[in-house]
Design a protein around this ligand. Structure first.
Ligand SMILES: [Zn+2]
Length: 166
């Protein structure tokens, strides 16, 4: 079942779109987004994003985007909603009120189980100033390229120096 064309299919229109994602659920946070799920505002497709490179001064991060079933976002939201009310467009669960370690471990286990049920190679690489609210650069990627890329900024045509991943 292939959805019809959307701006999230094209690097050029993804850059042109203002706030392309209506709901961003952050699963990992380190001075900004590291990984999570993002829902396209227009077609409601859900992407898993993972930071692959970052740069400190301008706060630019490079993420891979891979399509995942929309149910992933639904189930992750349900899981986190048991502890905290969702906040959209950007929800970083437990950012203000962390859960006790033991409870947190259970939640993380649930989420990990959800994400490992489907291995999807990334389809797009994007650069964003920390929060994915606007996309500075975007490029499609094949799994062959994905395995070979060493300098993600260079892949996107950005001349910045990468920091080691947290
Ligand atoms: Zn879309």
């Amino acid at each position: 079942m292939e959805a019809s064309f959307c701006y999230c299919d094209s690097p050029f229109s993804l850059i042109a779109a203002k706030a392309p994602f209506s709901r961003i659920l952050v699963l990992e946070y380190y001075d900004g987004l590291v990984s999570g799920l993002a829902e396209c505002k227009q077609c409601l497709r859900v992407y898993r994003f993972d930071m692959v490179a970052w740069e400190g001064n301008a706060g630019i991060r490079v993420f891979t985007l891979g399509s995942v079933p929309t149910s992933f976002l639904q189930r992750a939201v349900e899981e986190y909603s048991r502890y905290e009310a969702p906040r959209w467009p950007l929800w970083v669960p437990f950012f203000k009120a962390p859960l006790p370690d033991r409870v947190m471990a259970n939640v993380e286990q649930e989420i990990d189980r959800l994400l490992t049920t489907s291995v999807n190679h990334p389809v797009m690489v994007v650069a964003s100033a920390t929060s994915l609210e606007s996309i500075l650069k975007a490029k499609k990627i094949t799994s062959r390229e994905f395995n070979r890329i060493q300098d993600w900024f260079a892949f996107l045509g950005l001349l910045v120096h990468s920091l080691p991943l947290p």
